[in-house]
Design a protein around this ligand. Structure first.
Ligand code: AMP
Ligand code: ZN
Length: 135
């Protein structure tokens, strides 16, 4: 299903033109308008899912297979030195467009792209709490 108020639905469906580098029945891959690095692209499902929680498992599997293929193809074509796959869910996690998408970010030596975090500490108490919740 598409959401008529969603810009990525319109882009994925071809209603709004985009710099498309790949397209099939289920996905469109476009260049990001505010790239973190040369070649930064986004995998957009053609169906509307706001985030990973809404995504069905079949689309999730296909999206990651496509991310793997695009990483290889883009690395070869662009000559990048590494690659980040990023996927944000929720405002607190940096999501700004609420249509599921996967960032494909080619990385180059010395590019200065900052995606990191300051490593914290896993305390015994936290570890026990998390294991009790998730195991
Ligand atoms: P996120 O913050 O994970 O939701 O990522 C949204 C991304 O979409 C950002 O990297 C934006 O630069 C990019 N973006 C927003 N609008 C457009 C657009 N119309 N075409 C291409 N990229 C876009
Ligand atoms: Zn949408």
């Amino acid at each position: 299903m598409r959401d008529s108020s969603c810009i990525f639905c319109k882009i994925a469906g071809g209603e709004i033109p985009s710099a498309t580098i790949y397209e099939d029945e289920k996905f469109r891959v476009i260049l990001d308008l505010g790239p973190a690095s040369k070649g930064h692209a986004l995998i957009l499902p053609k169906e509307h899912f706001a985030n990973i929680y809404e995504l069905d498992e079949e689309t999730a599997a296909a999206a990651f297979v496509l991310a793997k293929k695009m990483a290889g193809k883009m690395t070869e074509a662009l000559g990048c030195d590494g690659f980040n796959i990023v996927q944000n869910n929720g405002t607190v996690a940096g999501q700004t467009v609420f249509h599921f998408h996967i960032h494909l970010i080619p990385r180059y030596e010395g590019d200065g792209v900052a995606l990191g975090w300051k490593p914290g500490e896993l305390t015994e108490e936290q570890k026990e709490d998390i294991l009790a919740r998730l195991q």
